[in-house]
Ligand binder design. Structure first.
Ligand code: C6P
Length: 414
């Protein structure tokens, strides 16, 4: 597990929990222990209230009409773009494109970059730990273009084998696409080092930051990535909104993904010219309230401090790893040195779906299944795992509750 910066003395998890209405509820007669934030995070009052206010008092379209409400909505909408640029330390706000989520961001790049710059015999490199969202769009592109998908292998701990990665990079490689953090086993991949290796050979690099951006400081200039994508709903924001960051030269060179309103400069029946970035990639009426809600979520996270979030979640990871390791029959899948607060596990003789159901009976919400990462499950020889994923609003007492619920599950099956 990686070393983290120290937690600020002002960090008060109980105070934070009071911001999240769902965390106060019961499930199956027990206090909810929500350990599924890697799937989607809970929402603070601030985000819910901001979106309610927008819908009830300020609602209007953006970037089309000139009336007051639309001007205000556009201001709030573009305000989020500035907040995201600051969050990622992007040099310019036009490098921030609103998408539906991580999945759409990757598909946008596979389409806009891939269909233009990848040809027959070319290669695309992904890793053995990817989420399906960072496999399938590339596979579809390869099938269409006659290109080849190549895979960076992973060791038993869940760390990418960098010597093998280097060997995969060649003059046919057009892009490398790797998750910053694995959703299935929690590994934090050394993307900065990997990007430098790709760039040394003139190869573009996309980082899937779905499991990273809500949990740590991300600096796209320091990473030097060509693309960075993440989803709002895993970052205390609403569903239906995501971010694609890209370098200006490549975004300008790419073709649009979707055609329609607001992404054009001029249209005749003979020819269409496109709007400058970012609007070239934002066809149609966008998810206005969701964009505005995401802005509030980012302000909320920054109010707590991404460094405090990373430090507290690291404490939870260390504590959770200890608690689960002490339970006979529990096996943790993914033991990388650098991990985010995700613990995937199996219990000898019990199917992960049964684990999920029995934990739910105790009020403990975990995800059980293949986590949309079937190749990872295949690599570790399991059909599925149970996965506890922590956020900054979780407590050590909740991890104790997880441990007790696991012990009870084992007793049921004994
Ligand atoms: N992982 C999980 O439970 P969307 O669905 O577009 O917001 O995010 C897709 C995605 C892409 N990459 C990674 C690394 C992810 O973790 C996810 C979403 C959820 O792990 C739902 S499958």
């Amino acid at each position: 597990m990686s070393a983290q910066t120290a937690l600020a003395p002002t960090f008060d998890v109980e105070k934070i929990r009071a911001d999240f209405p769902t965390l106060a509820r019961e499930v199956n007669g027990k206090p909810l222990v929500y350990l599924d934030s890697a799937a989607t995070s809970q929402k603070p009052h601030a985000v819910i209230d901001r979106m309610t206010k927008f819908y009830s008092e300020e609602y209007s379209t953006v970037r089309r009409s000139i009336h007051l409400l639309s001007a205000k909505a556009t201001q709030a909408y573009e305000g989020t773009r500035r907040l995201v640029a600051k969050l990622l330390n992007a040099p310019e706000t036009r490098q921030i494109i609103f998408t539906k989520g991580t999945t759409e961001g990757i598909n946008l790049v596979a389409h806009g970059f891939g269909r233009k710059f990848v040809g027959e015999g070319d290669e695309i490199v992904v890793s053995a730990t990817e989420h399906h969202a960072n496999i399938v769009p590339w596979q579809m592109l390869c099938n269409e273009k006659g290109a080849k998908l190549r895979v960076i292998p992973v060791n038993d701990a869940g760390e990418l084998i960098l010597e093998e990665y280097e060997k995969l990079l060649n003059e046919r490689t057009k892009i490398v696409a790797v998750g910053h953090v694995s959703n299935a086993i929690g590994t934090i991949h050394p993307v900065k080092e990997m990007i430098a290796l790709a760039h040394a050979k003139g190869i573009r690099f996309l980082v899937d930051g779905a499991q990273a951006a809500p949990h740590m400081n991300v600096d796209v200039q320091d990473l030097d990535c060509d693309f960075y994508v993440f989803s709002g709903h895993k970052a205390c924001g609403p569903t239906g909104i995501g971010i694609l960051y890209g370098k200006v030269d490549i975004l300008e060179a790419m073709d649009p993904f979707l055609g329609g309103g607001d992404m054009i400069e001029s249209v005749t029946f003979e020819k269409t010219t496109y709007a400058p970035i970012p609007h070239k990639f934002e066809a149609g009426t966008p998810a206005i309230a969701d964009v505005i809600g995401l802005g509030t979520a980012i302000e909320y996270l920054q109010g707590i401090g991404l460094e405090n979030i990373a430090a507290w979640e690291h404490e939870l990871l260390e504590y959770g790893t200890k608690v689960l390791s002490e339970i006979p029959g529990v096996k943790i899948i993914g033991t990388a040195k650098h991990k985010a607060a995700i613990i995937s596990f199996t219990i000898e003789g019990i199917h992960p779906h049964d684990i999920g159901t029995l934990l739910d009976n105790e009020g403990v919400a975990v995800r059980a299944g293949h986590h949309c990462a079937q190749p990872v499950m295949a690599r570790y020889g399991v059909p599925a795992t149970a996965r506890a994923s922590f956020a900054f609003y979780n407590t050590k007492a909740e991890i104790d509750a997880l441990g007790q619920a696991i012990r009870k599950t084992i007793e049921v099956f004994a």
